[in-house]
Design a protein around this ligand. Structure first.
Ligand code: NAP
Length: 251
């Protein structure tokens, strides 16, 4: 959608979400931002206000369906929402020790239920208005299961497939759906990684690429293209060929 005026971004207190908030901030724009860290969220909100945006910021847990629904529906009543970016997410590696139950469940809860809790409460209002755009944050890690991050890859695959299906489901309803699949982007999430991250890019650059894709209503915003090509190739080759290669990846 070109020129959305009322925009919701989850996970806006750092990384890609913060960069997206600043990319969209401007005069005549209302931003509804969430995260958990009050201080970091307030800093992002202040930077967006500096750019002329009106900002509503709330510290919320995306897994809290009732709190998310209440907040989103309130915002929508006051500033009918044009664009929702379901961005909040977490990741964790296995450290070579395997993935514990608590870690796997937490990743699925935040990355999948958090996205559902962001999109579903708003869908009826958007459908009634026949207008709006949904952007779901997946990842290039959602095209193939990588041994170092089973739950993360699976959660991002679920989000990607759900978004693709929703796009078809909502075709003709006036609602656009885009799935975002970044490669490595500088953020709190990637700052912990102690392995080489090919084509790592700064968050503001990723945010500009995402905004350009959303302006054009692209179905899939996957970047950078060499890494996208590599994961597509890995995904379509037989596991017998690719498993030994991926088995050598850092955990
Ligand atoms: N960085 C990458 O290379 C990369 C690549 C592909 C996809 N992604 C995806 O991009 C999204 C943003 O990640 P990022 O890299 O920008 O990481 P980040 O800097 O760690 O940001 C994650 C954001 O999500 C919020 N969040 C996490 N758990 C939450 C919860 N339970 N409830 C509410 N908010 C929660 C965080 O809030 P607090 O910090 O306030 O807790 C933070 O604002 C994620 O979905 C991630 O999977 C990232």
């Amino acid at each position: 959608m070109r020129d959305p005026h009322s925009i919701v971004i989850t996970g806006a207190s750092s990384g890609i979400g913060a960069a997206l908030a600043e990319t969209y901030a401007g005069v005549g724009i209302h931003l509804a931002l969430t995260g958990r860290d009050r201080e970091r969220l307030a800093t992002v909100a202040a930077a967006c206000r500096q750019r002329g945006a009106e900002v509503t910021a709330a510290t919320l847990e995306v897994t809290d369906a009732r709190a998310m629904s209440g907040w989103l529906c309130d915002i929508d009543r006051q500033q009918p929402i044009d664009l929702v970016i379901a961005n909040a997410g977490i990741s964790a590696g296995t450290g070579g020790r395997g993935e514990g139950e608590a870690q796997a469940r937490a990743i699925f809860a935040v990355n999948i239920e958090g996205v559902l809790n962001t999109i579903l409460p708003l869908l009826p209002a958007l459908v009634a208005r026949q207008r709006g755009q949904l952007a779901l944050m997946s990842s290039l890690a959602g095209f193939r299961g990588f041994p170092g991050a089973p739950a993360y890859c699976a959660s991002k695959a679920a989000v990607r497939i759900w978004g693709e299906a929703l796009r078809g489901e909502l075709k003709g309803s006036g609602i656009e759906v885009s799935v975002i699949c970044p490669g490595y982007v500088e953020s709190t999430m990637t700052a912990r990684n102690d392995f080489p991250m090919p084509l790592l890019m700064p968050a503001p650059r990723a945010a500009r690429i995402i905004r350009r894709g959303l302006d054009r209503g692209r179905a899939r915003i996957a970047f950078p293209w060499p890494l996208y090509a590599a994961v597509r190739l890995l995904a379509c080759l037989p596991p017998g060929l690719t498993d030994p290669l991926l088995g050598r990846q850092p955990r």
